[in-house]
Unconditional design. Structure first.
Ligand code: SRM
Ligand code: SF4
Length: 504
């Protein structure tokens, strides 16, 4: 879709309402009207079709097998056991292929057909989780260092990130009217939108919070990043990074992955002002003519980082201090048990490609349901598609361990370093942009690679492999030591040389 039409659709949408209600009521097709396909993204959902049977359906003169992907807004990826049980019930009742943990600490449901969209949205909201702004030209799910409660600091950073996510929600009741049957009131469709304006941002916008020495948040891949600076065990502020992004188009040198630049240091109290300054600068100066060049990284490269920093300072009303020292040691997850600062324990489990399903081979959905039924702490999703069973009292560890073993959730035990650190985006069959397999190919690739690693004495080497089905880079491949970027079925660009800290 051209940039022009996306900008028009946003503007004419009456604050993201469009004709979504009519589209949902239309029983003739499993799809939405074209403009509504753009607008539903802001509500956290994408229209997709099953690409495995696309050709077959065309031959049979049937419309594609349409369904919807729904993505949650879960800043930092934290849910309670009660919420877990509800999400599990939604996945088994309304969706296909279980629960999917994303690279931005959200859950995705795939295969929700149009007539089930509204009940699914209602059930998600009944679990006190929403999907508003999980997609679209707005701020997306805010990523936060997952390592939970290892220090009181992590909780502090998480609270700030969650508050920022809330602050940056679009100001519209459309979501509540369309999905939750809220009554329309005077002014419906004309709400003021002070942060985004009536055409929202030129493109998606992503924020991450990292807590050194771990860069699991892959902060440099984000439009805006905050690196927590700790002195004498206290959070003194954040180094600010701007202009990261992974997306590119094969053969188009005008598009490229880019690491964020560090522009200075701020106090925790300055966080919202800086975030709003960066976002409104991108809103006003981002490229609205060429959508492929609309991310903040291109605004910065087109105008210069010094110009951008000055613009941010002008809008924020203060000068950024010089960036403070910090160091990252890795951007992966550390598996198994670790002890928190309060004596409770955290178990990080390896979830291959983030997919939690029950099938003939594994019963991970059932296993985690059993764990949720007895767990007293919380669940935390990691930006590496893994899962932390967090806040376990010492006396409960044995019980959790037994369930982990019973349901084969101990994939981290005895696995190669490559397997533990591999990421794969969803790709086929649901992703409309996939050029090659990723998630479905990963197991076969790892089996082959593991045999070779063992032969060459590299079985335990913590090598980061990331595979994406196209150059958009949803598994952040360009920050993996080995990247496979899909070009066509069975064909990938192989890229080497990133570090394991997300800084090259
Ligand atoms: Fe992504 C588009 C899946 C993280 C860059 N991404 C898509 C869509 C929605 C395809 C589409 O537009 O039709 C994919 C849906 C597949 C499906 O069937 O579920 C999709 N992206 C994902 C997820 C689920 C990958 C995963 O396996 O976990 C991640 C969901 C994150 C979330 O919870 O919000 C996901 N996507 C990312 C990341 C990684 C990150 O943010 O840390 C990136 C690279 C960082 C960046 O944004 O630069 C990423 N996704 C893209 C792009 C390229 C954007 C660009 O600037 O060019 C697209 C295509 C687009 O926006 O036009 C895209
Ligand atoms: Fe789809 Fe490409 Fe993202 Fe993979 S990298 S999920 S193929 S858009």
């Amino acid at each position: 879709m051209s940039t022009h039409s996306v900008e028009n659709i946003k503007q004419a949408s009456a604050r993201l309402r469009g004709t979504l209600l009519e589209s949902l009521a239309n029983q003739v097709t499993g799809a939405l009207a074209e403009d509504d396909q753009t607008l539903i993204k802001y509500h956290g959902s994408y229209q997709q079709d099953d690409r495995d049977i696309r050709d077959e359906r065309r031959k049979q003169k049937l419309e594609p097998d349409y369904s919807f992907m729904i993505r949650t807004r879960t800043p930092g990826g934290v849910v309670t056991p009660e919420q877990w049980l509800k999400l599990d019930a939604i996945a088994t009742t309304y969706a296909e292929r279980g629960l999917r943990i994303t690279t931005r600490q959200a859950f995705q449901f795939h295969g929700v057909i149009k007539t089930r969209l509204k009940p699914t949205m209602q059930a998600i909201n009944a679990a006190l989780i929403d999907t508003l702004a999980a997609c679209g030209d707005v701020n997306r799910n805010v990523v936060v260092a997952a390592n939970p409660l290892l220090s009181p600091l992590h909780a502090e950073v998480h609270a700030q990130a969650a508050a920022l996510s809330e602050r940056l929600l679009p100001n519209t009741r459309a979501y509540y009217e369309i999905w939750l049957d809220e009554e329309k009131v005077a002014g419906s469709g004309e709400e003021t939108e002070p942060v985004y304006g009536e055409t929202y941002l030129p493109r998606k916008f992503k924020i991450a919070f990292a807590v050194p020495p771990t860069n699991d948040a892959d902060v440099f891949a984000n439009d805006l990043g905050f690196i927590a600076i700790v002195e004498n065990v206290a959070l003194v502020g954040y180094n600010v990074t701007v202009g990261g992004g992974m997306g590119a188009t094969h053969g188009d040198p005008e598009t490229y992955p880019r690491l964020a630049d560090m522009i200075g240091f701020i106090s925790p109290e300055q966080l919202f002002d800086v975030a709003l300054a960066v976002i409104t600068a991108q809103r006003d100066f981002g490229n609205r003519l060429v959508r492929k060049r609309a991310r903040l990284k291109y605004t910065i490269d087109d105008r210069g980082i010094d110009w951008f920093k000055a613009e941010v300072e002008r809008r924020a009303g203060f000068t950024l201090q010089a960036a403070r020292d910090f160091s990252f040691d890795h951007n992966g997850d550390r598996f198994g048990w670790s002890e928190g600062h309060d004596g409770r324990w955290h178990l990080t489990l390896r979830i291959p490609a983030g997919r939690i399903v029950d099938n003939d081979d594994v019963k991970h959905l059932t296993g985690l349901r059993e764990i949720a039924a007895v767990h007293e702490g919380e669940f935390r999703l990691t930006p590496n598609q893994n899962l932390v069973i967090a806040g376990v009292p010492a006396g409960q560890r044995g019980r959790i361990d037994a369930l982990v073993r019973e349901y084969g959730l101990d994939a981290h035990v005895g696995a190669s370093g490559l397997r533990l650190n591999a990421l794969a985006c969803v790709a086929l069959p649901t992703c409309g942009l996939a050029m090659a397999e990723a998630e479905r190919y990963l197991p076969e690739l790892l089996d082959k690679a593991e045999a070779l690693l063992a032969k060459h004495g590299l079985f335990d080497a913590p090598i980061h492999l990331r595979i994406s089905g196209c150059p958009n880079g949803c598994s952040r491949p360009y920050l993996g030591e080995i990247a496979l970027v899909g070009k066509a079925p069975g064909r990938y660009n192989l890229m080497l040389g990133a570090d394991h800290r997300g800084q090259r």
